[in-house]
Design a protein around this ligand. Structure first.
Ligand SMILES: [Zn+2]
Length: 123
């Protein structure tokens, strides 16, 4: 049996749409692969939940922290991501994040309708 956890795809920082300087919109497929637990696939920092956007990364001290919004999921940043070291910090408790990610599962849109650049168009 293949591990049903998810793998965070590489180069997350280059995909999706930049909504604001510190906000990015992605599709579920771009951040995790479908499996039983989506939140595990994010590989977020353990035991760390920050409701407010952190000013600095607790790992590398970078201030390039972005809020990442997932299409069809929570409206607003669902988690935080450091552009420098790619670490992910949850904004909501794990179970809550999972609920939101599950909402995005059934979500479908035609990416070209809204100018979304799919991951496959990046190298
Ligand atoms: Zn960092």
């Amino acid at each position: 049996m293949i591990n049903c956890g998810l793998k965070l795809k590489k180069n997350l920082a280059n995909i999706g749409i930049i909504l604001k300087e510190d906000r990015r919109l992605v599709m579920l497929d771009d951040v995790c692969e479908y499996g039983e637990s989506l939140v595990e696939g994010l590989k977020a920092e353990k035991n760390l939940v920050l409701k407010n956007q952190p000013k600095k990364c607790h790992k590398c001290n970078s201030d390039k922290i972005k809020g990442v919004e997932v299409m069809g999921s929570y409206e607003g940043a669902l988690f935080w991501e450091c552009d420098e070291c790619d670490c992910i910090i949850l904004r909501f408790e794990e179970y809550k994040t999972e609920e939101y990610l599950q909402l995005a599962k059934g979500f479908w849109t035609n990416p070209s309708d809204w100018g979304y650049v799919p991951r496959s168009e990046f190298n």
